[in-house]
Design a protein around this ligand. Structure first.
Ligand SMILES: [Zn+2]
Length: 243
């Protein structure tokens, strides 16, 4: 009898541990390969997260992506669960590059993150409006600007490419080219070190512009309601290097 009670208590503790882990990440961490995740982030779970928690879940998700250990999700169930509302934890601004599948890169699924994409991941009024919506209106706790290595838009900006609407679009990346002062090698896209420097500076300028141009986001940052981070995705390894 005593043994049975011990087993029941043990199972309850085990189950609580799983539930608490599941609610923290929106996923179940153990036996991932056999358990299909059905739940999506709830309003209460979003509310309980701090900006640092959200940063940590993105970093941990990228580690799983790099280890080829992405969480299995029941998309049909998640679609039905999320149809009426959404409580994402973060907004990621990424380039449009097909080799940077943002949700996969952070091992996130339906309802987990907002993703804004534009070639060269720069800030403009529409992107700022999207970020204000994601955070102030929808409760996301983290803004992440995600550049990537070997970016075609960065290459084109360095080389001063001109074609249709691309010409005007590249003006948004030119400030990052201007402040990149690497003296080694040619000032063309063939110079990998220069491309790397411009990519990082482009992310840094985007972060600066967010608080310079949006008083809403600046105030939220000052109050600790959100965090704003930058990172560059490594094409060779899948690693997100936070700046
Ligand atoms: Zn790109």
């Amino acid at each position: 009898m005593r043994e049975n009670i011990m087993i029941v208590v043990g199972l309850m503790l085990f189950s609580n541990a799983i539930n608490s882990q599941a609610s923290r990440e929106g996923t179940i961490e153990i036996e991932r390969s056999r358990i299909l995740i059905e739940s999506i982030l709830s309003a209460e779970e979003q509310e309980a997260l701090t900006p640092l928690d959200v940063f940590n879940t993105l970093a941990a998700g990228n580690e799983r992506f790099v280890s080829n250990d992405i969480t299995a999700r029941d998309h049909s169930m998640q679609i039905r669960e999320s149809a009426a509302s959404q409580y994402p934890k973060a907004i990621v601004l990424s380039c449009i590059d097909s080799r940077v599948p943002v949700e996969d890169v952070f091992d996130k699924g339906i309802g987990d993150i907002f993703v804004a994409r534009v070639a060269g991941n720069f800030i403009n009024d529409d992107i700022l409006g999207s970020m204000e919506f994601a955070t102030k209106v929808a409760g996301a706790k983290l803004i992440l600007v995600l550049g990537h290595e070997n970016c075609g838009a960065i290459h084109a900006a360095i080389d001063g490419a001109k074609l249709g609407h691309i010409t005007k679009m590249l003006k948004n990346i030119q400030p990052a080219v201007k402040i990149s002062t690497l003296s080694e090698g040619p000032r063309t896209s063939k110079n990998r070190l220069l491309v790397h420097e411009v990519s990082e500076n482009n992310v840094r300028l985007a972060i600066e512009k967010i608080t310079k141009d949006s008083s809403i986001l600046k105030t939220m940052l000052q109050n600790g309601e959100i965090s704003i981070k930058g990172a560059v995705y490594d094409m060779d390894t899948g690693v997100v290097n936070f700046l």
